[in-house]
Design a protein around this ligand. Sequence first.
Ligand code: DX5
Ligand code: ZN
Length: 221
Amino acid sequence: MRGLLSPSVMCADLLHLADEIEKLDKLGVEYLHIDFMDNKFVPNITFDTNMIRNFKKPMKNIRRDIHIMAFEPQQYFDAMEIDDGDMVSVHYEACDDTHLVLKNIRERGANPCIAISPDTPVDTVKEYLSEVDAVLLMTVYPGFAGQPMAPNSMERLSKLKKIIDESCMDIKIEVDGHVSWDHCGEMRERGADIFVAGSSSVYGRDYPLEEAVERFYTLVK
Ligand code: DX5
Ligand code: ZN
């Protein structure tokens, strides 16, 4: 199965978001990566819950891949209208009771995913594997697009893949941050399944969107 693409909408043309979503939908892209930031867990703000709810309107096949960089993320689930078909990533570092938050996502019919920042040991995810459909490995420090890759990201990715293989569970690995043209092939080889493509690839403005998406899929097949 080929690698799955999740373009990071915070890097898209913010003045034409409906067109951007429709274009990605037509191109058969699997996910739209939507970053939500509370300006506390990370020192930045992106889209509010109203925008995240409205992203669904132009969507036909593409699914919301919502990455919540906020403390106690469950407080936003109703406002975001989290439901069937959504993949929802919450940070281990931002939850008082991560088990409860993941359970809440599952009960809404969505796909729970645990996110870990670069300074969190990869082993941390072990106790949550039975409750998630994916692990989001941050390959930059969360909060901003356009950052360099965090140290040891590739080694961490290989270690995470080993942990998941040993669990014998069907859990996907999503990589997020500086997933560049140069790195995405190696990330695929090391076990990544879902690629958050932002300013260092699909939205790097090196190619028209259609060409960039096609190029990405050839690199992560
Ligand atoms: C950063 C976000 C990423 C970011 C990726 O906190 O989670 O999704 O938009 O953008 P690049 O590819 O520029 O790192
Ligand atoms: Zn993200």
